[in-house]
Design a binder for this molecule. Structure first.
Ligand code: CDP
Ligand code: CDP
Length: 225
């Protein structure tokens, strides 16, 4: 396997991006970067510091005092902001429902894109998000666009919530996923869209291992050319 490849995995909410990106990175011994966690961390910090979520200038100022670190840990890496562990808080329903508003702000996108490109500059990487193949890493050697039906994605989130002991309603989850997809696909800057040179992988009827296998095959095929 060639060293220093960039692998971009984009797609809508709950398509399985972070789960499979993590496994692909582990298999290849590459660094993994969850860009969604970065936008979630900005959203959590804004809520905590009472910064208006649609105030681009105020968010820009907030980001001058925003030391974001990923710390490797088992079973999942920790997310620290200015030393505070916010790994669990960034997955709250409040953050999930507000993150698309924050991620549409120009200063936030500009700053996160810059930081993501800095992380990628250090070597081989698997990065997942919404605009990795189109904006953050336009020259990535392999680009995957992961999709699944809205119903299947809601079912996946539902099962995840049940496992965590969270009260949940499948119809509400389906609505929330649709709303977030709409906002992420219709914002002005770097909307969620498939890069022209990305390979579309529909995971609706595939389990995690099958998706990982498919992506590794695509990476291997790229190697041959
Ligand atoms: O895991 P899930 O699909 O719920 O979302 P995520 O990957 O954690 O991303 C959370 C939100 O961050 C998305 O709904 C987008 O609004 C934003 N995001 C983005 O705008 N650009 C990225 N590269 C990654 C995430
Ligand atoms: O990162 P993204 O929001 O795209 O999705 P995720 O958080 O990786 O996956 C959402 C849920 O779907 C997780 O509980 C995964 O275990 C599950 N999943 C699945 O059941 N089948 C797949 N092929 C991929 C993910």
């Amino acid at each position: 396997m060639a060293a220093n490849m960039q692998i971009a995995i984009d797609g809508p909410a709950s398509a399985g991006k972070s789960t499979v990106a993590k496994l692909v990175a582990k298999k290849l011994n590459y660094v993994y970067c969850d860009t969604g966690a970065m936008y979630r961390a900005v959203t959590f910090a804004a809520l905590q510091r009472k910064v208006a979520l649609d105030n681009d200038q105020a968010l820009k100022e907030m980001l001058t005092d925003f030391d974001l670190k990923f710390v490797p840990a088992d079973p999942e890496q920790l997310v620290l902001v200015n030393g505070q562990d916010i790994t669990r808080q960034i997955r709250s329903t409040e953050v999930t429902n507000q993150v698309s508003l924050v991620s549409a702000q120009p200063s936030v996108r500009q700053e996160m894109t810059k930081r993501q490109q800095e992380i990628a500059a250090s070597g081989a990487i698997v990065m997942d998000g919404r605009d990795i193949g189109t904006t953050v890493l336009p020259d990535a050697e392999v680009k995957i666009f992961l999709i699944a039906s809205v119903h299947e994605r809601a079912v996946r989130r539902y099962k995840e919530n049940v496992k965590k002991g969270m009260a949940t309603d499948l119809a509400v989850l389906e609505q929330e996923i649709k709303a977030r997809d709409y906002k992420d696909s219709h914002r002005e800057i770097s909307p969620l869209t498939q890069a022209q040179d990305a390979v579309l992988v529909d995971t609706t009827s595939l389990n995690i291992d099958e998706v990982v296998e498919k992506i590794l095959k695509i990476i291997n095929q790229h190697e041959k050319y």
